[in-house]
Design a binder for this molecule. Structure first.
Ligand SMILES: Nc1ncnc2c1ncn2[C@@H]1O[C@H](COP(=O)(O)OP(=O)(O)O)[C@@H](O)[C@H]1O
Ligand SMILES: [Mg+2]
Length: 445
């Protein structure tokens, strides 16, 4: 499972911290006039090579950046993050800047730690200016150009790169989805998986296509995921986010679109400013509310709402960063709209074979179960979406736990019955297909 990804991702960074620790220790020793043992210098050289290799692949750094930084920019970023990653480095930095009570390095300390020749220092100061990549991507904060004023990571940056929870309210109007999932967790036809992987290419290769190859920059990319509720749209968004190592934020359109005139605009600006060019995916659910056809607007109030809506859509399209729109209502979608998105993926209801895989994946792996609980039989027996299978499986597990018995077809059938009943329909046992024979008799009384 993907749990290992975070660990693998952090390994390259632990080499970064070790390297910075050595550089800082060497500085401390050389300030006291001590010589540096050869094995320390060898280790440093070895670390330098490994760190360069990982940086070249952006290994460990992807949660923060999608494009290469210069060596000095990487060095500054690593030094500024180091005290939050490894507190001992914070104390070490503090001891190297006596008189300043901060664990964060000043430009003066950076210059010394990185052993920069005087002619190279303009590169250091260029990396700290307003329009440097580190500042324009919102990675570091510099209060003044004073060489003795500390450089800090911007809020939330160390949380993102170190896989720690982001501070609440980091992206206004959006909620973090922290679900870590991998491709294997997603049961979809192969062509849909291919489309999702192509959407990833739009995200990961944007720099090459737009900047190096001169391809047109159309913002986004924006992907539209359509399909009935419970077919895996949110799960697919989480797979893409996990794959990138980026956070996924779900934007609550209801919260964003205010009934107060002018407020929506402000909310939108706050959201998109916070997300601008940052490595994260924004997901807007029930996006069909954004594409009501023009002819459908009748009353003045609706017209006003529609004006906001077209503005919102334009903002989404011009946003630099991946956006996923999800909708349950593909057929209401104006085809002219669909063409505005870079990738459109239809999520089908699962067929019997996909349902078998879903039952297999979703049955709690360590729950004791009767041999009759067979994913192949269940997949064929009843036409449910992945979301309904997940709910039914969990409900059945609680029924079995309550009975203190292995999970049986009786538990599953009752759970499916409850799931089908959720939409308020009048049910008959025939709705259960081949499971009908297992419905506990008292259920119908
Ligand atoms: N295609 C699928 N593959 C694997 N699991 C699925 C799939 N569809 C639904 N599920 C299960 O149902 C849950 C809810 O699905 P979700 O992604 O929220 O559906 P949607 O966003 O389309 O309404 C998922 O977390 C997962 O457990
Ligand atoms: Mg969803």
């Amino acid at each position: 499972m993907k749990q290992s990804a975070a660990i693998i991702e952090q390994q390259p960074l632990s080499l970064e911290w070790e390297r910075i620790g050595l550089l800082a220790q060497i500085l401390g020793e050389s300030r006291q006039g001590n010589s540096i043992p050869a094995e320390i210098l060898d280790r440093l050289q070895h670390l330098q090579q490994q760190v360069d290799r990982f940086r070249h692949q952006l290994s460990g750094w992807r949660p923060l950046i999608a494009e290469q930084l210069s060596p000095i920019e990487f060095d500054v970023l690593a030094c500024v993050l180091a005290p939050e990653a490894e507190p001992w480095l914070g104390w070490l930095f503090q001891s190297l800047q006596p008189g300043l009570s901060t664990p964060y390095p000043t430009p003066a300390l950076l210059q010394e730690i990185l052993a920069m020749a005087p002619e190279d220092t303009p590169l250091l100061y260029a990396a700290l200016t307003d329009n440097s990549p580190l500042r324009s991507h919102g990675l570091i904060e510099v209060e003044t150009s004073n060489p003795y004023c500390p450089v800090r990571p911007a809020p939330g940056v160390s949380a993102r790169v170190l896989g720690r929870p982001l501070p609440a309210g980091n992206i206004p109007g959006a909620v973090l989805n922290n679900h870590k999932v991998c491709w294997n967790d997603l049961v979809l036809p192969a062509d849909r998986v291919a489309m999702l992987q192509e959407f990833l290419l739009w995200i990961t290769h944007k720099n090459k296509v737009v900047n190096e190859w001169g391809g047109g920059d159309c913002g986004g990319p924006v992907g539209l995921f359509s399909g009935p509720s419970g077919t895996g749209k949110t799960l697919a968004a989480a797979v893409l986010a996990t794959e990138l190592g980026w956070p996924l934020y779900r934007v609550d359109l209801g919260r964003l679109v205010s009934k107060y005139i002018g407020e929506t605009e402000k909310n939108l600006n706050r959201l998109f400013d916070a997300a601008h060019d940052r490595p994260m995916i924004l997901q807007f659910d029930e996006a069909d509310s954004l594409f009501s056809k023009r002819g459908e607007v009748r009353e003045a109030r609706d017209r006003y709402a529609n004006m906001e809506v077209s503005h919102l859509l334009a903002r989404i399209e011009s946003h630099q960063g991946p956006v996923i729109l999800t909708t349950n209502l593909r057929k209401h979608l104006d085809p002219a709209f669909a063409r505005r998105f870079q990738v459109v993926v239809d999520f089908p209801r699962p067929d019997a074979e996909a349902r078998t895989r879903l039952w297999q994946r979703l049955l709690p792996p360590r729950a004791p179960r009767e041999p009759e609980v067979d994913p192949l039989f269940l997949g064929r027996a009843i036409n449910l979406t992945g979301g309904s299978i997940r709910n039914a499986v969990l409900h059945a597990a609680y029924l079995a736990a309550g009975d203190d018995r292995p999970l049986s077809l009786g538990h599953i059938t009752l759970a499916v019955w409850r799931e089908l009943g959720k939409d308020g329909r009048e049910l008959t046992p025939t709705d259960l297909g081949a499971l009908a024979a297992h419905l506990p008799g008292e259920t119908l009384c």
